[in-house]
Design a protein around this ligand. Structure first.
Ligand code: GLC
Length: 765
């Protein structure tokens, strides 16, 4: 096969187009169409979910054991009708056009979507073309540079070390072949269930037609229909899995740098946070904690007693996260055990001829575990004991696209992929690197998560740079090496929102920018919106200026403190959003189109964000800007800071001096808050404050101990109707009171004795 590193080859071989339907055969879960030598299988998995497979030679591939989705047999069988050329479920209608064979999709009101215009194959490639309807826009695609809507663009699915990326870059660290198409009154999702190199062309080559194409023998994709993006994501994450609830401390502020390179420097950083009263929960250790970049070691010089250091940090309320890269130093002569043991157990990827695959990474010449194999994941997971036994509570996986070069880093090596024909996985179960490349980071994160689960009887934190569809089951994701530029602050917004629309909720970008030096103004603005990032981590690169909240002077420090404090005050609300996401796949950080899918004014709105459904930020992302336009969709909105009321369906001009990130709340919002703490659960909450905005709304607060794997939990459901509030708790809470504030009306304090309550704010004031 051609060596393709990212882009599909531009061969001019003609496509062989799928011909006429000769025969339609019904089976339990759908139909199989015979079209000459080819077979097309439609499997109805739910009323809104159909799997489509095209086998040009009529033989469907066996299901791969490492496939990420829920197997077809595990879906409860749903009723459907087949009449002549038409399949009907309770939600959609699928029409089979016979000559030539094309599939047409309709919602209940007869609106068309995802209509095939062609299907075909050529030289190891397969493709399908579909119609773009008027007003259709495209979102998701995993981690993507650029703005929100991807119509007219080409998106390749191939994990890559996207160093120095900018807005026009295509491949990124993550490859998630999933998107949501949206137009007023109609939403559908496409999940291309192929791990090989693949590509979506959203009308770039042919306006009015979108294409998916893959370097694979079989076409395999799912069509999901929904009344709104929420239903698409619920179904997509039922297929690819949902995020388990992370430890609550992982929602606090994380501080990182490449590198805090000695124990003394780490202690100093920790001390600064506490003495300056800037809340912080997590300190990340970048590559310099290791001995010569050997994974699962500590530098004896710089970190002579990691257990003692981490214990001290723990006493001050900090959790420790260490970076772990996949490249294991190739060291036949030394006594470096991960190398020798890995070799003895045959854990590393080999070439087709049996020789070891190697490349150059931080430790110079390195070999790479084959994470596709369960026993290798188990072995790797167990090695994490060297970290957990000294107190490490989270693992940060980096360079797992995988990133490697052909020569030592200092020697101008160029990035190379593994040889495409290197086998991975156990014989009979695996595939070549060409087929499994996109799964490398995914399976590394899986090894980390599964290993931590065995080593620790509580929740752990995993962060990964690379991943594939379903990565949310194992890890949080950050958007790699961004830059200290206003453009990158801006771009982080659509990037994180599109990740959320791809099933990956626990996401963040390096606050302040990784490469380059932030100005105080950029840093302050970035910290303000960083408060909305599900993962709130500051990070900066080697040789850049320091980027901690206090290095830019008192004014910026005060802004950072205020917004990090607000983050901690919002934790009861935020933690509930994490819980919701773990139950339904709903993003935590959402573009407005998620909540207002029929309002086309939201379709390009990349610079306003919702945290949950009701709290909106309109950040400033240009220097010297003190005012910005804000779009308020339908309904009534309140200014978070002043309580001022606005009617929606209009643009307003927000005043945003440096201290102020414009924030708005929808009428009917219920926002539970806690007092400021220096770290999560620093002390029990004496008073829970619930801010309620007059209107109609409901919110169920979720609380548990924040760390257990199967925790006892309690819920409190709030309903507001105008100025009447009903509260239904599942349990009593000892030693805590609740202060309910009806914004602009008044406050009432109640005891949390476990009984249902009704508060009338009208009569109260
Ligand atoms: C990569 C990571 C970055 C990290 C650096 C050193 O560039 O993306 O976050 O600091 O490697 O480990």
């Amino acid at each position: 096969m051609p060596q393709v590193f990212g882009k599909l080859p531009t061969t001019r071989q003609p496509w062989i187009s799928l011909g006429n339907v000769d025969h339609i055969e019904k089976h339990d879960r759908g139909v199989i169409l015979t079209c000459g030598t080819a077979k097309l299988r439609l499997t109805i998995l739910a009323a809104n979910l159909v799997r489509v497979q095209l086998a040009p030679q009529g033989e469907f591939l066996p299901r791969r054991s490492w496939a990420v989705n829920r197997p077809d047999e595990e879906w409860e069988q749903v009723p459907f009708e087949l009449e002549e050329n038409e399949i009907r479920t309770s939600q959609i209608r699928v029409v089979i056009q016979r000559s030539p064979c094309r599939i047409q999709w309709f919602d209940q009101s007869g609106q068309p979507f995802a209509h095939d215009t062609d299907m075909g194959w050529r030289m190891g490639q397969i493709a399908c073309w579909k119609r773009i309807e008027t007003e259709e826009h495209f979102y998701g695609f995993g981690e993507r540079a650029g703005l929100l809507d991807k119509r007219s663009e080409v998106k390749t699915n191939w994990t890559k070390d996207a160093l120095d990326y900018d807005a026009i870059d295509d491949e990124m660290y993550q490859a998630i072949p999933f998107f949501i198409a949206l137009r007023p009154q109609l939403t559908y999702g496409i999940f291309l269930n192929i791990t090989h190199l693949s590509q979506f062309d959203l009308g770039a080559s042919e306006p009015g037609i979108w294409r998916m194409q893959a370097q694979s023998q079989e076409l395999d994709y799912y069509v999901i229909h929904g009344d709104a993006p929420a239903q698409i994501l619920e179904t997509y994450t039922a297929l690819t899995g949902r995020m388990p609830l992370p430890p609550k401390w992982a929602l606090g502020y994380h501080q990182c740098r490449w590198s805090y390179e000695t124990a003394e420097v780490v202690q100093q950083i920790a001390h600064e946070f506490r003495s300056r009263k800037i809340p912080c929960d997590v300190i990340h250790f970048d590559i310099d904690y290791m001995n010569g970049y050997r994974v699962f070691t500590w530098s004896p010089k710089r970190f002579p007693d990691p257990a003692k250091l981490i214990q001290q940090l723990k006493q001050e309320g900090f959790k420790t996260v260490t970076i772990v890269d996949p490249g294991v130093k190739y060291e036949p002569d030394g006594d470096y055990l991960p190398y020798h043991e890995g070799l003895a157990k045959d854990c590393f990827v080999r070439n087709a001829d049996g020789s070891l695959v190697y490349g150059y990474v931080w430790p110079d010449k390195a070999v790479f575990p084959d994470f596709l194999r369960a026993e290798v994941r188990q072995w790797w997971g167990e090695w994490q004991r060297t970290l957990t036994e000294v107190g490490v509570e989270g693992i940060w996986n980096d360079m797992n696209e995988p990133a490697l070069t052909d020569r030592p880093f200092g020697d101008e090596g160029v990035h190379i992929p593994f040889p495409m024909d290197a086998p991975q996985g156990n014989p009979g179960e695996g595939g070549t690197h060409a087929e499994t490349h996109n799964l490398y980071g995914y399976n590394m994160a899986r090894a980390s998560a599964e290993g931590l689960r065995q080593l620790r009887d509580q929740r752990s934190f995993v962060l990964t740079r690379s991943g594939f569809a379903g990565i949310q089951r194992w890890s949080a994701v950050w958007t790699g090496d961004n830059q200290s530029l206003w453009e990158h602050l801006e771009m982080s917004l659509p990037m994180l929102m599109n990740l959320g629309l791809s099933g990956v909720s626990f996401v963040g970008s390096d606050i302040g920018g990784f490469a380059g030096n932030a100005t105080g103004e950029l840093f302050a603005r970035w910290m303000q919106i960083g408060m909305f990032y599900p993962l709130m981590r500051g990070h900066s690169s080697l040789t850049t200026a320091q980027h901690e909240p206090w290095v830019f002077g008192e004014r910026v420090e005060a802004i950072c403190r205020e917004y990090i404090e607000l983050r901690y005050q919002l934790l009861p609300y935020l933690y509930t959003l994490f819980w919701q996401s773990s139950q339904t796949g709903a993003p935590i950080l959402r573009p407005l189109l998620y909540e207002y899918p029929n309002d086309s004014k939201t379709y390009h709105l990349h610079d306003q964000l919702l945290l949950g459904s009701h709290l909106m930020a309109a950040p400033v992302y240009r220097p010297g800007v003190e005012y910005r336009a804000v779009y308020l969709p339908e309904g009534t909105w309140f200014d978070w800071w002043t309580g001022e009321k606005y009617e929606g369906n209009q643009h307003i001009l927000a005043h945003a001096p440096l201290e102020r990130m414009p924030m708005y709340v929808k009428a009917g919002a219920i926002i539970p808050m806690q007092p400021v703490m220096q770290y999560v659960d620093e002390h029990p909450i004496a008073q829970l404050k619930v801010r309620i905005y007059p209107g109609v709304g409901e919110f169920t607060l979720y609380e548990d101990d924040g760390r257990s794997l199967n925790p006892d939990y309690r819920t409190t459901t709030f309903q507001v109707n105008d100025t009447i509030v009903k509260i239904q708790p599942s349990h009593a809470v000892r030693d805590r009171t609740m202060l309910v504030e009806m914004v602009g009306v008044g406050e009432q304090s109640i005891s949390e004795d476990g009984s249902a309550k009704q508060l009338d704010f009208h009569s109260h004031t």
